[in-house]
Ligand binder design. Structure first.
Ligand SMILES: Cc1ncc(COP(=O)(O)O)c(C=O)c1O
Length: 483
């Protein structure tokens, strides 16, 4: 610690300024003016130089510390700008009457995010074929090497025209949905798409029909937008439109999964689709179609998308690469009715301007080169085998007490207890087995909680998945016997 004479004439005594250039808060390799600034700021912040006390004249400080005078002047100017000292013309530089509070050291916070499930039976995992991954890496590399001006500016709120065109082609071939690339908007996924679209079409407090049981993440996104989800039950044909009409005839929108209801897995029948479209027309409402896993169809052709039947007039179509490629990509897309392009684009600009451009080219390359559909074909076979193994293990190990309909589409299945069994039995068995996956009851909003599980069969090593399923089924049997 050096003592630098301040030549102060203000007080009774000539005071010294204590200065330590070797303390931890002084960055060793920093420039002379930075180090001097940090040391002076610390002296003031610690109260070693009191408000109103003079700082040494710059010449004195330079001489005593060996720094150039310019470095001292620069350090003083920064202290003035930051409010630690004030300069009085003709009389010198003084510690400010009130100095800013030093930034508190970062504290360890107690907040912890919910544990992410990645173990066997977890939902939301995918498998990507090694050849597809190699091609994706090479497309990303090539695009990064060619990095050009398109990434340096603000972009179209809907995303790059190139990827939107590739998605429009994909929708036509894979889903029979004819739309112009102008109608496509890229998002970071389904929840993000919901948020943008709903903020454009709803007013706070508007009601939105939601299938019950349904997809909790979408339910949360709808609530978070300030809208009110209305629980509408489903039967084997899909959402029960008559119940929706009875409960909330004037809802402004319906969020549905017509191709593969989550979690129960049924396809919405054609009469039910037409009934839903009729309601939307009568109520002047919008329908959001979440088509999250139609690329993975195992038996027979999928029905045309609801948006395809409606010719994108009242239906907003949402798709995602979270299942067909991988969730970490955070890229999804909407196909918008023409009437919504302007309001939705405006909402997108207000929310987050436009999507990141960096990955768009590589995904367009995946779609346009055929690598995307080759990957879907390859992993579909792997998923089918995993689905069959999971369904078989659950049925056999539970001695038939779990009902496991084999889904004809998607990456998850539902295993249910009989209707008389309480949902708590499933919760106990799952906790006992210590496996990932969801309780079916967690997807029930207003209806009576159902006893069973929602289990993912994609992206897990087959032997681990079978082991986990065996444990869960046996724990279920034991929990049933204990009732
Ligand atoms: C019903 C449903 N919709 C959509 C998605 C995709 O969500 P995102 O695109 O936000 O990852 C999922 C993913 O698990 C899902 O289960």
């Amino acid at each position: 610690m050096q003592k630098i004479p301040t030549n102060s004439t203000a007080g009774q005594r000539t005071s010294d300024l204590p200065l330590d250039l070797s303390e931890a808060h002084v960055t060793p390799g920093a420039s002379a003016q930075d180090r001097l600034y940090q040391a002076l700021r610390e002296t003031i912040a610690k109260g070693l130089a009191k408000p109103g006390e003079a700082l040494p004249p710059s010449r004195t400080l330079a001489r005593q510390t060996g720094f150039r005078r310019n470095a001292v002047i620069n350090a003083y100017e920064r202290l003035i700008a930051d409010g630690f000292v004030i300069a009085r013309v003709g009389s010198g530089t003084f510690v400010a009457p009130r100095i800013p509070q030093p930034a508190a050291a970062a504290r360890k916070t107690k907040f912890a995010v919910e544990r992410l499930q990645t173990g066997a039976l977890a939902l939301g995992c995918t498998h990507i074929d090694s050849r597809a991954l190699r091609r994706f890496r090479s497309f990303v590399g090539r695009r990064m090497r060619a990095f050009g001006a398109e990434h340096l500016h603000y972009g179209d709120p809907r995303g790059s025209g190139e990827l939107r065109a590739a998605i429009a082609d994909h929708l036509l071939t894979a889903r029979g949905l004819r739309c112009d690339p102008e109608q496509i908007m890229l998002t970071t996924g389904t929840q993000h798409g919901l948020r943008i679209v709903l903020s454009a079409i709803l007013r706070a407090g508007d009601r939105v029909w939601c299938e019950d049981p349904g997809y909790p993440a979408a339910h949360n996104a709808i609530t978070h937008c300030g809208a009110r989800p209305v629980s509408v039950p489903v039967d084997k044909s899909g959402i029960v439109v008559t119940r929706g009409r009875a409960t909330a005839p004037d809802a402004r929108a319906a969020y549905v999964m017509p191709s593969h209801q989550f979690p129960l897995g049924m396809q919405m029948s054609m009469p039910r689709r037409l009934e839903l479209l009729d309601w939307a027309k009568d109520a002047n409402a919008w329908i959001v179609e979440d088509d999250y896993d139609s690329e993975f169809r195992y038996d027979g052709a999928p029905l045309l998308s609801l948006a395809g039947i409606d010719h994108l007039r009242r239906v907003i179509y949402m798709g995602t690469f979270a299942k067909t490629l991988f969730p970490g990509l955070r890229i999804g897309y909407c196909a918008l009715p023409e009437a919504l392009i302007a309001p939705v684009t405006k909402a997108r600009t207000a929310i987050d301007r436009f999507p990141s451009t960096l990955m768009e080219g590589a995904i367009a390359d995946m779609l346009n080169s055929g690598a995307f559909s080759a990957n879907v074909r390859k992993v579909r076979g792997i998923y089918r085998e995993a689905r069959d193994a999971l369904a078989r293990t659950l049925s056999e190990a539970s001695e038939g007490r779990l009902q496991v309909p084999v889904p004809s589409q998607g990456l998850h299945l539902v295993a249910r207890f009989g209707p008389a069994v309480d949902a708590a039995v499933a919760a106990r068995a799952k906790a006992r087995a210590g496996v990932d996956g969801w309780l079916l009851a967690d997807t029930c909003f207003r209806i009576r909680p159902m006893a069973g599980y929602v289990l993912g069969f994609a992206g897990h090593p087959l032997d681990q998945m079978v082991d986990a399923a065996d444990k869960l089924a046996k724990a279920s049997l034991a929990a049933l016997r204990k009732r």
